[in-house]
Design a protein around this ligand. Structure first.
Ligand code: HEM
Length: 456
């Protein structure tokens, strides 16, 4: 009896060391089971690392959503109005009009962007100290930043809270740590619809007001806020975990900070997989052909790791000198195939915010660091000049992180399985294209139908 109790106790105490990894592996298997294996992994057996960028940049690797079961999942996570999200639109007039508007909204002068980022950081960091979760700290800041990009005026509290609630909801659902709450997201769409007339550039013509609101919602209130918050949380977490890099980044020039940013996005690219549906055949050196209609799954982490010496080690110095050119590094996508429209702006404003944080605080953290970062970046912020004795806090963070990992991995398994199943059930993308083939472009209100699960 005593032995059974001791074995049980040992199993319980050792949970954090073995359970999370097994649950993650199980989740991957469940996802594959439900989603099927329609995709061609790149790099993989058919397309090697050396052809990764060539195939990504191929004119026939152009289909964005239609024809891939995987799209149903991304449309589910990036609802409402996923059919109007720039990332999901197929090539054509609507895509061109939307992409043009995004370029105009992002084309702010460098000094203005820096000033705006500085102001937003100043407000968000006021009165902050002690233990924080970096992503939670970043989301309201980038919500205000994004709002001002779109509306050209300071962000009211109501809008900041709506945008932040939406971004937290999307980020949490993407990481399977919570289910999506459409109510939170719908309230933001309604706010945007009431304020379309105040947007500082003309919105794409030929769209209904709801479609225009969905476009702004997707690109500027979801993608911009989630991506900048995730990227900054990764950057600040690596600095917190590497004190010597933190000190060099704080006292050094922008060139070194850029190396740290590049290395952070190499190790923790924001995209795990970006997929494309081929619109024609792609011949591979006469060896084989990728047929039209194939789903190509471009694996960013695998590409960034390939050919990199000691790829799991965090080392910003690999981006110093001529060797950097040989590294596989595409944090903002590939230029020839719909790269990130914020590839110029994002590093500029991230640099400013990093300097604002490092100027105010010493950062410390002892938590694990993975690409998905479901723990949202626990970190200790000690104001500069205050006594710096992080030992106890670091021990606490390490222990809490280990135990949180146990319940979080189980929650991710359950919630993730449910959402993958629900996305397959709703088939938002597949139904959008089949209904537009039958009835013409889908008008307003399609989202309401999707939510109730009604099938046409
Ligand atoms: C550090 C921050 C960011 C990173 C690392 C990043 C990364 C990326 C990547 C890799 C892609 C291409 C994915 C593919 O090939 O399918 C992409 C696309 C996109 N990003 Fe970003 N992004 C960031 C910030 C932003 C911001 C601030 C915005 C603001 C609007 C934005 C809007 C978009 C849009 C709309 C697309 C789709 C482009 C298209 O299909 O035309 N991103 N991003």
């Amino acid at each position: 009896m005593l032995i059974i109790a001791l074995v049980g106790l040992a199993g319980l105490v050792s949970l954090p060391w073995w359970l999370p990894a097994r649950v993650v592996a199980l989740r991957v298997r469940v996802f594959e089971r439900i989603n099927g294996d329609e995709g061609i992994p790149v790099p993989g057996d058919l397309v090697g690392v050396e052809q990764f960028e060539e195939v990504y940049a191929h004119p026939a690797a152009g289909g964005r959503s239609r024809g891939a079961a995987l799209s149903d999942l991304f449309w589910y996570w990036l609802s409402p109005g996923p059919e109007m999200h720039q990332e999901h639109l197929e090539a054509g007039d609507t895509y061109d009009a939307v992409a043009r508007t995004t370029r105009r909204l992002l084309a702010v002068r460098r000094t203005e962007a820096e000033e705006l980022a500085r102001r937003c950081a100043g407000r968000a960091l006021r009165d902050v100290r002690g233990l924080v979760r970096l992503r939670d700290l970043m989301i309201p800041m980038w919500a205000e930043f994004s709002y001002e990009l779109v509306f050209g005026e300071p962000c009211p509290r109501e809008a900041r809270d709506l945008i932040a609630a939406n971004a937290e909801d999307v980020a949490g659902a993407l990481q399977c740590t919570r289910l999506r709450h459409m109510g939170r997201r719908d309230r933001l769409t309604a706010y945007l619809m009431r304020n379309l007339h105040r947007v500082r550039v003309p919105l794409p013509e030929g769209l209904t007001p709801r479609q225009q609101a969905y476009y702004l919602h997707g690109a500027f209130c979801t993608t911009a806020v989630v991506q900048l918050s995730e990227a900054m949380a990764h950057l600040l977490l690596v600095l917190a975990r590497h004190p010597e890099v933190q000190e060099r980044a704080r006292t050094g020039d922008d060139a070194y900070l850029d190396q740290v940013m590049a290395e952070t996005l190499r190790l923790y690219p924001l995209f795990g997989i970006a997929h494309r549906v081929t619109t024609g055949d792609i011949a591979l050196d006469g060896r084989a052909t990728i047929p039209a209609g194939s789903v190509l799954c471009f694996n960013y982490p695998a590409f960034h790791h390939a050919g990199c010496p000691d790829p799991d080690r965090f080392d910003p110095d690999r981006f110093a000198g001529p060797g950097a050119k040989r590294l596989n590094h595409i944090p903002f996508g590939v230029a020839a195939n719909r790269p990130c429209p914020a590839w110029r702006l994002a590093p500029i404003v991230m640099r400013v915010v990093t300097r604002e944080v490092l100027g105010r605080y010493v950062l410390d953290s002892s938590v694990s660091h993975t690409r998905a970062m479901p723990h949202r970046g626990p970190c200790l912020l000690t104001p500069r000049g205050a006594p710096h004795r992080p030992g106890l806090a670091l021990a606490y963070l390490r222990a809490r992180d280990r135990w949180e990992d146990v319940w979080r991995s189980l929650a991710q398994l359950v919630l993730g399985t449910y959402m993958v199943w629900d996305a397959r059930r709703l088939r938002l993308c597949e139904r959008h294209f089949s209904s537009s083939e039958t009835f013409g472009p889908e008008p307003e209100g399609s989202h309401a139908r999707h939510r109730t699960g009604h099938r046409p």
